[in-house]
Design a protein around this ligand. Structure first.
Ligand code: NAP
Length: 295
């Protein structure tokens, strides 16, 4: 699907209004088939399939759903996966020992520690125990530093997926005014870095940003990762902007994002839906990172 669809020529289904849909399921399928082909090549050459190990602590339903989806996606493309599940009150030492043994296990290509963790665990400390070569979420200080230098192999999955989604639909980034809402280590900061590396002119907004609406409205590409349902509506979006909605919230009517999609789609050129936008791209990026970590 090319530029002509995003830029207003009929081709993609709209969300309520006129905007085209940046369909993450379609873009993720393209990535998954590339990963599946590479796994098949490895197996044909007599090498084992790369293995993703996940660590899940507690029984947060959203985390359980995400981890299950990651294992299913591995299976779809022929990657191996193994899950390590701990009760919510697990002593930190047990999780540390698990990470240590996965670091030393040559059969394990990638390690994913599902966040958030229960309060008694130090997420930052545990992430730093992951061997940076197996850090498929790209969250260790080493990989975050490499990303800042522009030399990262393992880039955080959601930001990587957001840029891949924009690329899939041929959204021009060079020279464009991009606004990122949210400055988390997981999404906002790394996506701002990636967009800067792609020659966008990036503004990073957060909860202390003054004239928030005006800042957003200047965006040609608006990425919203605030974790606030419906925070961005038509007042925040300029005519013809491309909007990526990263937020995920479980409401009475199912999943919704940080963007009021119905209202915004009357102004935007294109918008990523929730569900079916950034979520599938995050998982596809995780599969790619697992391949990269195995190389
Ligand atoms: P987070 O760590 O809570 O960060 C939220 C950021 O948004 C913070 O920087 C915060 O500013 C900013 N913010 C909050 N309220 C704001 C407001 N009213 N105006 C402007 N900025 C505001 O969240 P996160 O981990 O980045 O995740 C963000 C959302 O994306 C969540 O809904 C999460 O579920 C979703 N998510 C989706 C995927 C996916 O695969 N689709 C992956 C990861 C996350 P301050 O720094 O000033 O507090």
């Amino acid at each position: 699907v090319g530029l002509k669809n995003v830029y207003g020529v009929p081709g993609l289904p709209g969300i309520g209004g006129a905007a085209d849909v940046l369909d993450g399921r379609v873009a993720a399928a393209a990535i998954k088939s590339r990963v599946a082909a590479r796994v098949a090549d490895l197996l044909a050459g007599g090498s084992p399939a790369p293995l993703l190990a996940t660590i899940l602590v507690g029984n947060d339903p959203a985390s359980e759903t995400y981890v299950a989806a990651k294992h299913r996606a591995c299976e779809e493309v022929g990657l191996e996966s193994a899950s390590h599940v701990f009760p919510a009150d697990v002593p930190s030492g047990e999780v540390e020992a698990c990470i240590d043994s996965l670091n030393r296990d040559a059969a394990v290509s990638g390690i994913l520690l599902q966040l958030p963790l229960p309060d008694h665990l130090d997420a930052r400390g545990l992430i730093e125990l992951i061997d940076p070569r197996k850090d498929v979420d790209g969250l260790t200080a080493i990989n975050a530093g490499r990303l800042a230098h522009g030399s990262a192999a393992l880039v955080p999955c959601t930001p990587k997926g957001i840029v891949a989604l924009l690329d899939h639909y041929d959204v021009e980034l060079r020279g464009r005014r991009a606004v990122v809402v949210g400055r988390s280590d997981l999404v906002g900061k790394p996506v701002a870095t990636l967009l800067t590396q792609r020659d966008a002119t990036v503004t990073l907004c957060h909860s202390r940003t003054r004239a928030f609406q005006e800042e957003c409205r200047r965006a040609e590409v608006l990425v919203v990762a605030a974790g606030r349902p419906g925070l961005v509506d038509e007042r925040h979006v300029g005519w013809g902007a491309v909007v990526v909605d990263v937020g995920i919230h479980r409401g009475a009517d199912g999943l919704v994002g940080d963007v009021d999609a119905g209202a915004v789609s009357r102004r935007a050129k294109a918008i990523s839906p929730v569900p079916g936008g950034v979520g599938p791209m995050t998982i596809a990026s995780l599969l790619e990172n697992t391949m990269l970590a195995a190389a």
